[in-house]
Design a protein around this ligand. Structure first.
Ligand SMILES: Nc1ncnc2c1ncn2[C@@H]1O[C@H](COP(=O)(O)OP(=O)(O)OP(=O)(O)O)[C@@H](O)[C@H]1O
Length: 602
């Protein structure tokens, strides 16, 4: 239950709605309770008339007034329960929105490392499932059960007034129910957890398969993907069967106990009426009140079922919400205040400095073994090394996506872990290896880093990235929708849009992670001209895949097995006998295969 109370505390802004729902429930319960009193009173009036204590005429008048009051009570009950239902629906929708937005906000702030181990589809599936279960329970509870609970409480008080043992018997039902539920709750929760795991995994794989449908089709893996998906759901079927059998067994037990207690209650009422302790009207009143209490008690089993799901959902929800985030990351809702500006550069400090940096993605498996190099302001530095040698990892550290295990990464003389990350990233223009575009239009993609850019600025960025001609050939031009991850564009076109995006951002620090890797020689030359223009006067770190690109840089840093092998100008390294010289000789001898080892194209 504490998980559910936590949801209420977590969504304090909904307090007015929560209070409105409770108020509606109290009034609805009140109008509902008026009904047995009116019928009980009418029964007494009729019985007095039959017994000759009052005249038929006066009984008729009273009974008609009572019938009219009954109509009003029923009407008020109908209206108020619907008003409560409306607020209940609104609350559940608002709850869904608030929980979803906070979840997304949290995800955006989670460290990159967290995403390395989670599948996108699993995250989405978990979000949908847990929030749907929480809001479904909130709706169920507010729409009917709150009224029923209040009614039951009122019935308890009224029964205690008429004959206290009735109230005691009613009271016994609750601990018995709670005890019987607690007996099975652990097992239920375990099965629910296992089911959720299967559903989330299936969701994760589902999203991956659909996202890479071309690969699936070309390797003819539809059958095995489908059977993997099916087996996850069949496993949940088995678990559901087990859970359902268990639940129904327990329900028979719960209802058996319930029926037994109500049997005793009814018997007491009938016997006491027969002995003259209650009038006929009081008997009718008490029987109706007991029936009113019986409804919520009986429906407790499905409320318990829904609440168990909501509890499991809120546990999953808070497990993500409790994941620690780096306080320097931009966290929009639970903002850590306005981001501090970047501090003034330390005089004479290099723009970028890696100082004996060791780094591991997995514990104890170092990928970088003491990397050290400087990039001075305005300098163009290329990283060269074998595939898997750690070039992209260096970029990841530079963007503050991961933290060095030992050593430090410094920007303008300041350790990166002391800098406001959002401000730092605003100052870096990046073109990633895989272009990384979004669904939407070309215009939106180019303006992603500067949504306020004018049409003219967007076109200018596209022109400089050599993207303008192909964009203008599309009938919708810059409004062309490019599909998920830009899949409706060719690899080279995607790359040019990504270059245009970095151009428009116009950041002082530029990172090109194989920015032109998908282009043919001609297009590459054209984009390279734009990149050269962009790099002019800017500090640039380039992971290049063509020797022609590297030839224009100021400094080359070669990497071998996570170590810096050599640092120098292209001229110095050409004759040093290291990796760069090796690359040059491979190119001269036309050994494309060996060049590919370095991710190079001739
Ligand atoms: N998110 C990650 N989790 C675990 N290991 C990773 C992760 N990313 C990269 N690695 C590992 O780190 C090493 C360096 O990878 P990195 O991507 O930095 O190499 P690279 O030099 O950029 O390679 P390439 O030229 O092929 O892109 C590789 O062994 C890779 O398997």
């Amino acid at each position: 239950m504490s998980s559910l109370l936590r949801i209420v505390r977590f969504t304090r802004e909904l307090s007015p709605l929560y209070l409105l729902i409770i108020a509606c429930s109290v009034v609805t319960a009140g109008t509902g309770l008026a009904v047995p009193f009116l019928i009980g009173h009418a029964t007494d009036v009729v019985s007095n008339a039959v017994g000759g204590k009052i005249t038929a005429g006066s009984a008729t008048r009273t009974v008609l007034w009572l019938a009219f009051a009954l109509l009003l009570a029923e009407l008020a009950n109908t209206v108020l329960s619907n008003v409560g239902g409306y607020f209940g629906d609104r609350m559940s929708n608002r709850l869904r929105t608030i929980l979803s937005v906070r979840y997304f906000d949290k995800l955006l702030a989670l460290p990159q490392r967290w995403f390395d181990t989670e599948l996108t589809g699993t995250i989405v599936s978990r979000l949908n499932r847990s929030i749907a279960e929480i809001s479904a329970f909130a709706k169920t509870f507010s729409n009917a059960f709150a009224t029923m609970l209040i009614t039951t409480f009122a019935v308890l008080v009224i029964s205690a007034y008429y004959f206290w043992p009735l109230a005691v018997l009613l009271l016994i039902i609750f601990p018995v129910y709670v005890w019987l539920t607690a007996l099975t709750s652990k097992k239920w929760q375990r099965i629910e957890g296992e089911k959720n795991e299967h559903v989330d995994h299936a969701g994760g794989r589902f999203a991956e398969v659909i996202g890479q449908i071309r690969v699936v089709k070309s390797f003819v893996r539809e059958g095995s993907e489908l059977s993997g998906f099916r087996s996850r759901f069949e496993a949940t079927d088995d678990l559901t069967r087990e859970q359902s059998a268990h639940w129904h067994r327990m329900d028979v037990l719960r209802r058996g106990v319930l029926n037994l207690i109500f049997f005793v209650i009814y018997a007491i009422i009938f016997v006491l009426t027969a002995r003259g302790q209650f009038s006929l009207g009081q008997m009718v009143l008490l029987i109706q009140l007991m029936n009113m209490a019986r409804d919520p008690v009986q429906s407790m089993s499905w409320v318990i079922d829904a609440s168990q799901r909501a509890i499991a959902g809120s546990r999953d929800y808070f497990r993500v919400m409790e994941t620690p985030v780096d306080p320097r990351t931009p966290h929009v809702i639970e903002s850590h205040g306005d981001s501090d500006p970047l501090p003034e550069p330390v005089p004479d400090a290099p723009m970028i400095a890696f100082r004996d940096v060791r780094f591991a993605y997995e514990k104890d498996e170092d990928v970088l073994h003491g990397i050290g190099f400087d990039v001075r302001a305005g300098e163009k530095v290329a990283l060269v090394g074998e595939s898997g040698g750690g070039k992209s990892t260096i970029v990841n550290l530079l963007l503050g996506l991961y933290e060095a295990r030992t050593g430090s990464v410094e920007i303008a003389g300041h350790p990166i872990d002391s800098l406001p990350l959002a401000e730092l990233r605003r100052d870096v223009g990046v073109v990633f290896q895989d272009a990384s575009l979004f669904s939407g239009t070309i215009r939106e993609n180019i303006a992603y880093g500067r949504p306020d850019a004018t049409d003219e600025e967007i076109r200018e960025a596209a022109r400089r990235a050599n993207a303008d001609r192909f964009v203008e050939r599309f009938s919708a031009g810059y409004d062309t929708v490019i599909g998920e991850r830009g899949l409706r564009l060719s690899g080279g076109q995607r790359q040019r849009i990504a270059v245009a995006r970095a151009m428009l951002k116009d950041a002082p620090l530029l990172v090109l992670d194989e920015a032109t890797s998908a282009l043919d020689t001609k297009a590459e030359r054209q984009v390279q001209a734009g990149l050269d223009e962009l790099m002019a006067g800017r500090t640039s770190l380039i992971i290049a895949h063509r020797l022609s690109t590297i030839a224009n840089v100021d400094t080359i840093v070669t990497l071998r097995d996570g170590h810096v092998d050599e640092i120098g100008s292209p001229e110095q390294l050409a004759s040093s006998g290291g990796i760069y010289a090796e690359l040059l000789s491979l190119q001269d001898s036309g050994r494309k295969k060996d060049l590919a080892r370095f991710g190079f194209r001739v």
